[in-house]
Ligand binder design. Sequence first.
Ligand SMILES: *Cc1c(COP(=O)(O)O)cnc(C)c1O
Length: 489
Amino acid sequence: MKFISTRGNGEIISSSKAIINGIADDGGLYVPMEFPKLYDTLKKKMGLSYEELAYEIIRRFFDDIGDENLKEAINNAYKDKFFVKEENNFLELYHGPTSAFKDAALLFLPQIMRCAKKKENISEDIVILTATSGDTGKAALQGFSNVDGFKIVVYYPKDGVSKIQQKQMITQEGNNVSVIGIRGNFDNAQTGVKSIFGDSELKKKLKEEGFLLSSANSINIGRLIPQIVYYFYGYFDLVNKQKIKEGDKINVVVPTGNFGNILAAYYGKKMGLPIEKLICSSNENNVLTDFLNTGVYDKRRKLILTESPSMDILISSNLERLLFEANNREALETKRLMDDLNLKGTYSISKNAKEFLSDFYGNYANADEIYEAIKDVYNNDGYLMDTHTAVGYVVLNKYRKETSDLRQALIVSTASPYKFPRSICNALGIDIIEKDDFEILNILSQNTNTDIPKNLMNLDKKEVLHKEVCNKDKMKDSLLDFLRRSKND
Ligand SMILES: *Cc1c(COP(=O)(O)O)cnc(C)c1O
């Protein structure tokens, strides 16, 4: 399998190169040349474990690192660390070390990057730089911690993440990790990282010292392909439980931010998985809802901070990959749209491309609807869902009301309710006035008779290992400090 850029500089590269590069030189995103029709093969193998299924799917895309290497990478990533479970049609993707679905991709990325680095004979240490608003940082730290040949540096806004998220990060162990609080907001952290990436002087100097910069951002194809796996897994699970017959079409509901997860579902559909509608669910930052309804993408609006913070986003980067398909893989048109977005903040797609998008349905949920859904589902079914998952649940109900399409649906559950315990308690009407986040974990557990995930338990008692805080204009210095220190170790 070869990979090409969505913006058409014409280069055709191997999967190893695509994973190491992350983003193409022309600013585009890497996509596979084609999508193997795998469903008919895989349906005969129903009942494979998650790791086995992952191997069958991923090896069709990342085929230049060797089957044995890939098997080892998948086992290192997932074995005893991550599993997927379907309950009440919720596909729970948060049973990993950080209790959010980003684990699925960020456990795998370091492993496949390690293989790709070897394949490409890269001798430098790869330094992963990440700015985080909370979830990505911890998942990336967990994935890259103690992986040979890599270092990871995470910048987070010191006062811009939840207490639990902060504690998750600053207690991270590993001899190759650095976690730094920024006196500023997430945008400042992200801008700082981008400016480091854009500093060719610095990059040259680092190369001389044996370091190469890279990113664990969700536009890396190494993060996207492994997400296809859980849609096959979830579908086969519904068949095994006899909720559907093999071949029946289902709908898939995805709480969406950067458009990576729902794009993976769409790729699954292209590989033959029987999916009817892809239901794109947004919170009040409903730029994708408007886009799917009108064909006009317009980011010129204010970002609203919601209780599903991992979906508070106005530029859904992975949408570029869908636009590429919607325009018959015409790179020039994709480039035109992305240039419009950069220059004008908006773009408008052609009539044909708009018709192509009819596989998707888009809608959004507001704060009241989310609270009501969390409460209703808990009271009626005894099922506890987090605020992001609730967005999907609300939007599915809107879709069903509008269309009367009541077929079986798989709702992707992206985070444990225990990652957002304050919101969940508020939704359920549990009194938490003047309690801190760690007390609230216990209160939620006692009130709902559910277990706190192991990785969040006793978090408040863990030793703080990363105390560094820096001004937003000193991020480069702190990076150099860390690399110098780690060299002397
Ligand atoms: C990242 C994230 C999402 C959004 O996923 P995308 O692939 O960016 O669309 C949804 N829910 C949670 C909890 C997340 O962490």
